[in-house]
Design a protein around this ligand. Structure first.
Ligand SMILES: [Zn+2]
Length: 286
């Protein structure tokens, strides 16, 4: 027993270090508020208490348009905005040549993100930055004929430092590799989902058979990336004079929710400008 103690400790430390691992196994309700004593600020917008991102991989020229339509209709009814990871050039066919699929993607206004280039075996594994930037660029150009592209996921999640660096240099907003190692913070670009930041439903199938949690926000990944960057960088200060509470924010986005501890008269100031807001009891939503 004693002999292996060192290895056990090492193993436990490793598991803690890569705690993103647990996020994918369990749906943990995370710490969702920041407490400033007199008031609290929620991590998510409006009255949502978690986030639930739906992503579908391997949409390509060969995707069945009828199935795709049924699937997207189901999600629309449930108020879920999916992100579809699309293969630009699968088995010698460009996605853009399947006009039926393209029209459906546009009709439902879903987010199209990039899924590799040709989706061949271990496509980005062991490739240099230079090779990857070329491949990603070619794929992006195909998709950009019809869509604005913000996100990327490697086929089979085979990626390396060069991938993230290439994506950053090509102007992507986020990468979504779903790797336990993404918790090492070694990336050049925002990784989604961020650890402890909710739950991702990842599928390859177009069966409309998804359990959707209650009171979860289901935005497109690009909107979530924008929100997360905003929330992460938000600086909050406040001061009080009698019953007047001044809250100073470095920035704001629609939906930011503030909960008051007492019935103050509240002034929200963003970069020296006072904001108008709606208030319901102790809750303010910007
Ligand atoms: Zn794939």
């Amino acid at each position: 027993m004693k002999k292996y103690l060192f290895f056990y400790i090492l193993l436990i430390l490793f598991l803690f270090y890569t705690d993103g691992f647990y996020t994918y196994l369990y749906y943990e309700r995370e710490e969702i508020v920041e407490d400033f004593g007199e008031f609290r600020i929620s991590k998510y917008p409006y009255n949502y208490d978690s986030v639930f991102l739906v992503t579908v991989d391997d949409i390509s020229y060969y995707t069945d348009p009828d199935k795709l339509k049924v699937f997207l209709e189901y999600l629309k009814e449930k108020n879920v905005n999916p992100t579809l990871f699309v293969i630009p050039y699968h088995a010698n066919e460009k996605i853009t040549d399947n006009t039926e699929v393209i029209e459906i993607l546009k009709e439902y206004d879903v987010e199209v993100a990039q899924h590799g280039y040709k989706h061949i075996e271990k496509e980005f594994k062991s490739r240099s930055y230079e090779e990857q930037i070329e491949m990603i660029k070619k794929g992006k150009e195909i998709l950009e004929k019809d869509f604005e592209i913000y996100g990327f996921r490697s086929p089979g999640f085979y990626h390396n430092f060069g991938t993230s660096k290439a994506l950053r240099d090509l102007g992507f907003s986020y990468e979504s590799e779903m790797s336990v190692f993404d918790n090492f913070y070694i990336h050049y670009l925002l990784q989604l989902p961020h650890t402890r930041n909710g739950r991702v439903f990842m599928t390859h199938s177009l069966d409309p058979d998804i359990y959707i949690p209650k009171n979860a926000w289901s935005p497109k990944m690009k909107d979530f990336a924008d929100w997360w960057k905003f929330r992460k960088d938000l600086i909050v200060n406040y001061s009080m004079a009698g019953n007047e509470l001044y809250i100073f924010l470095s920035d704001y986005k629609e939906g930011l929710k503030i909960t008051l501890k007492k019935d103050y008269r509240v002034h929200i100031v963003v970069r020296e400008k006072e904001l108008e807001y709606e208030r319901e009891g102790d809750t303010i939503i910007l």
